[in-house]
Design a protein around this ligand. Structure first.
Ligand code: 13P
Length: 249
């Protein structure tokens, strides 16, 4: 049985003060349940968040990780550095990274491998744009995004990784994929892995991301292949985020 997982992606939002207060509010509303919960905060607030979360069930993640181990890569943050701040997760290949900062499939694969070298669980984001969906390219785009990582890391690597299906057209738009639309793609992804290794496929957590809110989370999380969510905007409000977490229980 796969555990459900709810991850907040704060993106470029927050402050020192907000990090402390939002973590505190989330923690105070946590119940001991069958689902996992994490927040991926901006790099500069990892230390504050790590202190706030110590000894609680709320786990920590970063929003990216360098594609190199160390050295002359100005502005980058290595997986070893993230490990020092108790990061359990690192998002890689978010569509905002892919489209605004040029993170290619190959660089996303390298970031995925770097995270795993430090025992950080990569949350690999995949998903199509509206134009690609309308041109019937959803599955081929996802194939390409997954193939690059499979080629670099191998199928076994997915024993220690999470996938997030985030249709680009649903991110920050208020337009969620319907339960069935999301399930269709999740099922496709799982079956794709099952062709190579049924056991890994059946254990793989596949999250949905894109305008998940308290009122649509339950329906999405009830689908057979949706194992939780990667939450943007709604993770900035403790009450709403906790409601989404409760929907995963
Ligand atoms: P929203 O929940 O704000 O649509 O963002 C989704 C997302 O990009 C999470 O990584």
């Amino acid at each position: 049985m796969r555990r459900k997982l709810v991850v907040g992606n704060w993106k470029m939002n927050g402050s020192k003060e907000m990090t402390a207060s939002l973590c505190k509010s989330i923690i105070s509303g946590l119940t001991q349940t069958g689902a996992d919960i994490a927040v991926c905060v901006p790099y500069v607030y990892l230390s504050d968040a790590a202190n706030a979360l110590k000894g609680t069930h709320l786990q920590l993640g970063s929003q990216n990780v360098a594609d190199q181990t160390s050295g002359a890569y100005t502005g980058e943050i290595s997986a070893a550095m993230l490990k020092e701040f108790d990061c359990t997760y690192a998002i890689v290949g978010h569509s905002e990274r892919r489209s605004y900062y040029g993170d290619s499939n190959e660089s996303v694969a390298a970031r995925f491998c770097q995270a795993q070298k430090q025992d950080i669980l990569p949350i690999l984001c995949v998903g199509e744009t509206l134009e690609q969906r309308e041109n019937d390219q959803t599955f081929s785009v996802i194939d390409e995004q997954l193939d690059a990582v499979l080629a670099a890391a191998g199928i076994e690597a997915f024993k220690s990784a999470v996938i997030a299906y985030e249709p680009v057209w649903a991110i920050g738009t208020g337009k969620t994929a319907s339960d069935e639309q999301a399930q269709e793609v999740h099922k496709y992804i799982r079956e794709r892995f099952a062709k190579q290794n049924p056991e890994i496929a059946s254990q793989l957590q596949i999250l949905y991301g894109g305008s998940v809110k308290a009122d649509n989370a339950k329906g999405l999380f009830a689908m057979a292949d949706i194992d939780g969510g990667l939450i943007g905007g709604a993770s900035l409000d403790a009450e709403g985020f906790l409601k989404i977490y409760q929907a995963a229980n």
